[in-house]
Design a protein around this ligand. Structure first.
Ligand SMILES: N[C@@H](CCC(=O)N[C@@H](CS)C(=O)NCC(=O)O)C(=O)O
Length: 225
């Protein structure tokens, strides 16, 4: 679904991030959900180098991305946004109430049980790179992440997706969370997780969302060149 500046749905995104973060900024989550739901969207691009405009804090109290706006609601928090987009999308949130509840559970597990551990590694490797405390803490963090991944791998078993054979919003969120440790080799010993992540990322909706986020960055870089 193409980005459409006139669409009634609008998300926010940053106009540029360093290369290592491109494709990983959290507006990827609503972009992917909107692609799955077939909903066109506009993008409010924020200048990463500038103070957030004062009115943006009305949309996102912490000044972060993404925010989300449609005819009925203005939202922040990528998890809440994906759940809202999924409300009428059978792919993201099945109509069957038990299946819908399980998809919601996996989405929250991704955000609340897996992501916090993975973010500790990002803090160590990116924001505290070179600091002594980070070097000392890193092995413990790797161990904690591995425990979470081992449990996730056990829960997935040989299923295609976390709740069985159909993709849901829980898989969308878990995939974006697992992508935050790309390139670190931490997933490699869990072949079912590697295959699961690749399966989710092969979805045309993911590919379109990723391309759209990258395209917004490239647009700014070509302007600067
Ligand atoms: N819990 C929030 C986290 C949002 C978040 O961390 N956004 C980052 C980009 S991935 C951001 O805006 N960073 C800039 C900042 O914090 O000022 C969500 O899931 O929406």
């Amino acid at each position: 679904m193409p980005v459409d500046p006139k669409a009634p749905v609008r998300i926010s995104a940053l106009n540029w991030v360093p290369v290592f973060a491109q494709g990983h900024v959290r507006d990827l989550r609503p972009r992917w959900a909107l692609e799955e739901a077939g909903i066109p969207y506009a993008v409010r691009k924020l200048d990463v180098m500038a103070e957030r405009p004062a009115d943006y804090y009305e949309e996102q109290p912490f000044g972060q991305v993404p925010s989300y706006h449609d005819d009925t609601v203005s939202l922040f928090e990528s998890g809440a946004i994906v759940l809202h987009i999924g409300r009428d999308c059978e792919t993201l949130l099945p109509r069957d109430l038990a299946a819908r509840a399980r998809a919601t559970t996996w989405l929250i597990a991704a955000l609340n049980t897996v992501e916090p551990f993975l973010m500790q590694l990002a803090t160590i490797d990116v924001f505290a790179a070179g600091e002594e405390w980070a070097r000392l803490r890193r092995p413990g963090v790797i161990e904690m992440i591995d425990k979470r991944l081992a449990r996730l791998s056990d829960a997935l078993r040989e299923k295609s997706y976390l709740d069985g054979e159909r993709f849901t919003a829980g898989d969308l969120m878990m995939t974006t969370v697992l992508r935050s440790i790309d390139g670190k080799g931490l997933l490699d010993r869990y072949s079912n997780l590697v295959a699961y992540k690749a399966r989710c990322q092969a979805r045309p909706a993911f590919q379109a969302a990723l391309a759209a986020q990258i395209a917004d960055f490239e647009e700014r870089e070509s302007v600067r060149a």
